[in-house]
Design a protein around this ligand. Structure first.
Ligand SMILES: N=c1c2ncn([C@@H]3O[C@H](COP(=O)(O)OP(=O)(O)OP(=O)(O)O)[C@@H](O)[C@H]3O)c2ncn1[C@@H]1O[C@H](COP(=O)(O)O)[C@@H](O)[C@H]1O
Length: 124
């Protein structure tokens, strides 16, 4: 059995997908049955609940919301035929590359904040 809880959870989710989403007693199977739109909607709800918890005073309240978020993200990845390894590979590709430098290369804005004027909108 995998050491890491995320790997074990991913394996459980994959096994629910393999059953063809038939089990009534499995929330994961129900999600697969309802399809990508429902899974994405639940992920969005859990993200909003995480944000709401983050805006409160109780840091510990973020933890269960983060767990809901990660669980639903793993279901979404599985539904799309992807896995944590795909995300790990992307994170490895980014490793050591500053987010500020990456953004500057993408926008040409050298990390400067955008300015706003009513006539011209947002400009770097
Ligand atoms: N980690 C989780 C997990 N986190 C959250 N959830 C479910 O996600 C749902 C979260 O949705 P909400 O908070 O909006 O609650 P809700 O109102 O009941 O949800 P909806 O009716 O709106 O869908 C709840 O039903 C939770 O029980 C999870 N369900 C399952 N797992 C893991 O998945 C495994 C397999 O679960 P089953 O597929 O149910 O056997 C379990 O052993 C756990 O390890």
């Amino acid at each position: 059995m995998a050491d890491d809880i995320l790997d074990r959870l991913q394996a459980t989710i994959a096994s629910r997908k393999d059953t063809g989403g038939e089990s009534d007693s499995s929330y994961t199977a129900q999600l697969f049955r309802r399809g990508r739109g429902r899974i994405a909607q639940k992920l969005g709800e859990e993200a909003v609940e995480t944000v709401i918890a983050a805006m409160g005073d109780d840091a510990a309240a973020i933890v269960p919301e983060a767990a809901d978020l990660l669980y639903h993200l793993l279901v979404l990845l599985a539904d799309a035929g992807l896995s944590l390894d795909d995300v790990r590979a992307e994170l490895r590709r980014r490793e050591g590359k500053s987010g500020v430098v990456e953004k500057a290369a993408r926008t040409g804005a050298a990390g400067r904040p955008l300015s706003f004027s009513p006539s011209q909108g947002l400009k770097p």
